[in-house]
Design a protein around this ligand. Sequence first.
Ligand code: G1P
Ligand code: ZN
Length: 550
Amino acid sequence: MNTESTSLRTRTVACTPYADQRMGTAGLRRKVAVLRQPHYLESFIQAVLDTLSLRQGASLVIGGDGRFFNDVAIQTIIRMAAAAGATHLIVGRDGLLSTPAASNLIRTRRADGGFLLTASHNPGGPSGDFGVKFNMPTGGQAPEQVTDAVFEATKRIHAYHLADLPLLDLARTGVQRHGQLTVEIVDPVDAYQQLMEKLFDFERIAHWIRSGHRVVFDGMHGITGPYAQRILGEALGVSPEGLMHTRPLPDFGGLHPDPNPVDCRHLVDLCALPTAPDLAAASDGDGDRNMILGPAFMLSPGDSVAMLLANARLAPGYRYGVPGVARSMPTSRAVDRVAAQLGIPCFETPTGWRYFCNLLEANRIGLCGEESFGTGSSHTREKDGLWAVLFWMNVLAAREISLPALAASHWREHGRHYYQRHDYEIPDAARGAALMEELRRTAPQLVGRRAGDACISWADDFCYRDPVDGSESAHQGVRVVLDDDSRIVFRLSGTGTAGATLRVYLERYEPDPARHALDTTAVLAALGREAASLARITAHAGPAAPTMIV
Ligand code: G1P
Ligand code: ZN
């Protein structure tokens, strides 16, 4: 083929660097208004492409959660990727792909990486948030070394390049050719559904549904709606009334697409009724988070990963167990106990899914989770909301037990970790940074200090050394452990788009089964007060009480 005649013409546009394009916990997340500034998105994408220096003929996966600006950004990224030498682009129909489905496509299609357009659970619409993540050929998010290099590149960007392409029609699946560029529009659900069918016992789950068990799933007008309709509805027989808010909308219908007890109050209320479903669940805007509830019961995410580990062999994809597990540092240590009993390692990583990826890639772990409603496994390199729902359906169907009964029996065996996160919104980001700075400095001196009925036995500023590549990530949060094994963790959010959010994670271990049905807020109230006083939250930052408790 004469490449000369088929190569696309490109156009170069001059630009001035923006100083604020450092990526956070999960990609570059900004207010839509910020991302729509002239050349803002383009400068960032060019910095990513320059840093990666894609091979000529590279293939990339591109898709997003359907939020406002998704359609515009996708056309720009396609043109820029083509100008950078990519010749095969795999794009979700209508520009839609859930985060785990995109990660799966990158892996199964052996792509050179992918752009995922999402701000996860943050609100959407013109006044909401938008974001861009870049994932590596493994399907996992770019590691810190890459995101740091991209940030350096953003400071030097003076031009970006666009291939001359018409506005592409993303509504039709199939292959389009433009010069040497092939754009393949794929059904967003197909490959993901095939993967789920391999991992879980669909027949058993469908039988469980047919025999009268009720499931409610809320897609929150995010990306998971079409996945839920096909997999939960058509394949497994969940009734249409059980599938809520399944149409992806650019502004999520004004909802905050975050599966937590505050934003999903309606599911908590539904589960409190005598007519509660056997399982209620929700996912977030881009489909990587999950919340699981049952009759008069909400499963804490730290318990979820612990209980899934204890029951993993019931799912066909995990019938041989897993080589190890991991949890993010602030996540409850419930899973550590199950891992110890199974005799497998349990790794403690910084917050952010990307830190699990090396361990997954090296097959050191097979299951992992975060307290922020994130659970996942080696099946992909992102956390996966619908996967967690299917895993729980599989476990409940196989054990023929209710979710609250399963939890109670798990706690009888392992003890219960009461757990809560208190968030404090601090309008002035500098004050939040000063608070953390003081905590880091004083952490070593806290040892021996009384905190309620207990004494602080150790405290540190968490620094992670990746066991696979030896890289170090410092300042990942301050850990304070008491001599009754209670724990307080402090860190600043890395996903916000305004001010600072201080996250305070509280955990108290209770071995006595007679004390397993207590109210979590009551159990942790005193520890929460100790935490606020240790960090001098009011003195530093203003808010006297948490702005959100999950
Ligand atoms: C939050 C969660 C974290 C998760 C991230 C992306 O980050 O705490 O566990 O990986 O969102 O979904 P944070 O805002 O705390 O930096
Ligand atoms: Zn998400």
